[in-house]
Design a protein around this ligand. Structure first.
Ligand code: ADP
Ligand code: MG
Length: 687
């Protein structure tokens, strides 16, 4: 696998500057480049002459430009740009919608390869939203199927194509290794090298699909081999801590709550309690929609385990949330002075404070530790860790939760997630976890009313917000970025904050919150919002997870098209937490079909599961890298929604490999699998 690890700079023509740009896309090595799969393909016909266009449809032309681009500005930031393109047989009008920059860079006196949709007009043909590239005889003068990659600023399709083409050339048959021969020997797939070639530069659809399946199978196999191997190790060490929770203890806890548990909560809590006492190691994922009441399950587990004399740790993705948990737990458990000590450990605490906590923890004088990523630092040591919990797991990598678990001698683990995913998908992604679902909300919740409006409604929306503020209700306004930038027309939190404070919302107390503020500042703003001193909070998505402010009844999301559906659903979950009718207003000028369908999914449903399914359905093939926002394992070739058969096949293959580990090849495959997953802490990888 050696070339896989070579830096891309070993390719001629890729210097430090390009390498830094590629690194932004997650590409540092030849292997990364090979696994950076196209999101789409462009099928190009051979180049035609203009006078031979006889019907509407996609065409490739070779053009020179006449005149200068004409830009017509329309309402609401829309624009239309046109430019005349000629060849020796005639001319066409090229037209771009909302992309004035596309024509601006075109040079006169040079030939261009132009590919776009020809539409018949009174004057001849018009080419809509064409792609343009400086014409190169070698590249353009034949029909072809070209890969289209996700890009970052400063890189073009041509750059990435150059990279993958050269990465493929470095790949030799020698590189294949045990895994490749294992797969080729048993299945009718093309070999690995050919698969990589075909996925980047396919001969035809059939070969492309065969290649994709081969690579998808490999991804599933590696994941399954790693998961099953780890599981077999855990079973060997299996003496899980047995923590028997008496009915009395649990009932005592439940009785102190200000509400009674829903049937779903009771069921899930029972599952947790029987895991604790069961003799194995609990590895349980609790899925429940936003607001379904997961915290109280965590609290009950923490309480029981701490009462049994073991330490517990709970990790949250933000300091605000960790603090909120501390407050909630102290409230529910009301123990200060009793036998359970709670403490907080976060990155922004003073060194001396942190050291005190760590010291006490080591000595067993703290029973429940709450915190952020600070919990998984090397120097945090427990004396007898019995339970670890990660909240909002979609914000953590699989590796981070494994690191937390490695702080003790395989403690029980609970993972809480508000990202609902379909069951078959859950099986693929979390096959190593048991699943509990909280499928009903606590009683008395009034469903949030959701609307999608375009930006012409802005004034009306903020008048509505003002009216509510005057009645004492609070509002979140979420923006996709922190500050204005030249390169984008997105609404920024700073700009919206300025506009609203000096305009529509003059006289209303507004506040600004974003990730670049230091923690003290964020905390102060959040506290003022909690107290109601701030009535309208303008923020980036730092408020996304977990925050609980029952008095907030309006959620406005600017440029809503820029957010993932799961994320929008999370954001909406910030309101509707009190007894009043709440509103979620998605502001977006999106016009394409998929974009509209996505927002409609939210307008039409309050059910996280339904939305998640819709979300996955609406992503095109190759767009599943959006899974990243859920903190789930990454697949490049596999489509976990559609390749379930392939998954089952890979799972069986992995079982066979793990059952016959005495074979050297099989050990090599497991080794590769573990290295590929980046998910297992050292303590679990025993030889
Ligand atoms: P999430 O699942 O999103 O983490 P939380 O645990 O924060 O949700 O719960 C949201 C709110 O619902 C909290 O204010 C919590 O006190 C309340 N809650 C939880 N369970 C119940 C219940 N059974 N009845 C009434 N309110 C509940
Ligand atoms: Mg929560």
């Amino acid at each position: 696998m050696s070339v896989f690890r070579d830096k891309i700079q070993t390719i001629k023509g890729i210097g430090p500057k390009k390498a830094a740009l590629f690194s932004k896309l997650g590409i540092d090595t030849i292997g990364d480049a090979l696994k950076f799969f196209p999101r789409d393909y462009e099928y190009r016909e051979a180049i035609k002459k203009i006078d031979s266009i006889k019907e509407e449809g996609m065409v490739s032309l070779c053009l020179e430009w006449k005149g200068t681009p004409k830009v017509k500005r329309m309402r609401r930031g829309f624009s239309i740009t046109t430019l005349e393109g000629h060849d020796e047989t005639g001319w066409v009008e090229c037209i771009w919608f909302n992309q004035p920059y596309r024509a601006a860079g075109l040079k006169k006196g040079k030939k261009y390869f132009v590919y776009g949709k020809a539409v018949r007009k009174s004057f001849g043909y018009q080419l809509q939203n064409p792609v343009t590239e400086e014409y190169e005889e070698r590249v353009h003068n034949h029909s072809s199927c070209l890969p289209v990659y996700p890009l970052t600023r400063g890189l073009t399709q041509r750059d990435v194509r150059y990279l993958t083409k050269n990465a493929l050339e470095k790949l030799t048959a020698v590189e294949s290794g045990f895994l490749d021969s294992y797969i080729s020997a048993r299945h009718d797939f093309p070999d690995r090298k050919r698969s990589f070639q075909q996925i980047h530069f396919p001969e035809n659809d059939k070969e492309l699909e065969r290649a994709r399946k081969r690579l998808a199978f490999e991804e599933f196999l590696l994941l399954q081999a790693a998961v099953q191997y780890t599981k077999s190790l855990l079973q060997k060490k299996s003496s899980g801590l047995i923590i028997t929770v008496s009915r009395e203890l649990l009932d005592g806890f439940i009785k102190k709550l200000p509400f009674s548990l829903t049937p779903a909560q009771t069921r899930v809590l029972d599952e947790v309690v029987s895991d604790l006492a069961g003799g194995g190691v609990m590895n349980r994922l609790i899925q429940g929609d936003v607001g379904s009441g997961k915290t109280v399950i965590a609290a009950a587990a923490l309480y029981c385990v701490a009462k049994s004399g073991f330490q517990c740790a709970m990790m949250a993705p933000t300091e605000i949330l960790a603090e909120q948990h501390l407050a909630a737990l102290s409230n529910i458990m009301d123990f200060p002075g009793k036998d359970i000590n709670l403490a907080l450990l976060t990155g922004s605490m003073k060194e001396s404070e942190k050291n005190t906590v760590k010291q006490k923890l080591k000595e067993g004088r703290i029973q429940i530790l709450l915190g952020t990523h600070a919990l998984i630092q090397d120097d945090v040591e427990f004396s007898n860790l019995g339970l670890v919990i990660t909240d909002e797991q979609h914000r953590f990598g699989v590796r981070q939760r494994a690191l937390l678990q490695s702080k003790g001698n395989i403690p029980h683990m609970l993972i809480m997630s508000a990202t609902p995913i379909p069951r078959t998908l859950a099986h693929i992604l979390h096959g190593d976890l048991d699943l509990s679902v909280i499928d009903t909300l606590p009683p008395g919740r009034i469903p949030v009313r959701t609307y999608h409006v375009d930006s012409s409604y802005r004034d009306r929306i903020y008048r509505f917000v003002k009216k509510h503020a005057l009645q004492g209700n609070q509002t979140y306004v979420i923006c996709p970025q922190i500050e204005e930038s030249e390169s984008s027309e997105l609404r920024s939190a700073e700009q919206v904050y300025k506009e609203l404070s000096n305009g529509c919302l003059k006289g209303i107390r507004t506040g600004l919150l974003h990730g670049r503020q230091d923690f003290a500042e964020k905390k102060a703003v959040m506290e003022e919002f909690l107290k109601g001193t701030i009535q309208v909070l303008i923020s980036t998505t730092v408020v996304e997870v977990g925050i609980h402010v029952p008095n907030a009844v309006i959620m406005v999301v600017e440029n809503a098209e820029r957010f993932g559906l799961a994320q929008l659903h999370q954001l909406r979950g910030r309101v509707g937490r009190g007894s009043r009718q709440s509103y979620c207003i998605l502001v977006s000028d999106v016009r394409d079909e998929t974009g509209l369908a996505r927002l409609n999914a939210l307008v039409n449903s309050n059910d996280g599961f339904e939305i998640a399914e819709k979300d996955l359905e609406l992503r095109g093939p190759g767009e599943l890298y959006g899974l990243r926002q859920h903190g789930l394992p990454q697949f490049s070739a596999a489509n976990p929604l559609k390749d379930y058969d392939l998954f089952i096949l890979a799972k069986q293959a992995a079982e066979e490999i793990i059952n016959t580990l005495h074979k050297e090849e099989h050990q090599a495959i497991v080794k590769e699998a573990l290295a590929s997953q980046d998910r297992l802490p050292a303590v679990l990888v025993v030889n």
